[in-house]
Design a protein around this ligand. Sequence first.
Ligand code: AMP
Length: 179
Amino acid sequence: MIMNSVSIETVKSAIRNVPDFPLPGIQFKDITTALKQPELFKYVVDYFADLLKNEGITKVVSIESRGFILGGALAYHLGAGFVPVRKSGKLPADTYRKEYQLEYGTDCLEIHTDALQEHDIVLIHDDLLATGGTAIATHDLISNFHVKKIIFCFFCDLSFLSGRARLNKIAPVYSMINF
Ligand code: AMP
């Protein structure tokens, strides 16, 4: 498809809504339909790279697994290092662990204990912000390192769930697509 002018609206309308996935009642935002289009992938990466270029970010901390898609490209464009936050048992060396509450049950995230240093300025990136629980758990993990500054950045924000209001209390929040 030839596209002359990409906009935030073009990107938004390319995200597929999948009702009742993975559970009844959830409107799943499938970003693969947007990011498979070269012009849109480039637009999204360039948008965040430009937005964040003066923040002095030294590490992009991305959350498994959809956070990795844009996280690596962003780290490259910002001249930063890439750090994965992964589900329990996936990282091979010593880790900090954080259990956090899901709607039903709990989940656990980990980061390597040597992933960050005190002088780091950290961008926490995930594909989507819903209630904010995952992002806050990641922020808690990073607080082990006493880094200089933390900034949140999400491709999509489900504004009606008020995750952003929770996160705003602890660090600046950037997002591109609001539902
Ligand atoms: P939360 O912790 O509630 O902010 O949920 C955010 C995490 O769950 C992110 O890693 C998202 O990838 C995923 N997620 C939550 N809700 C959705 C949704 N409606 N569509 C796609 N991903 C979602």
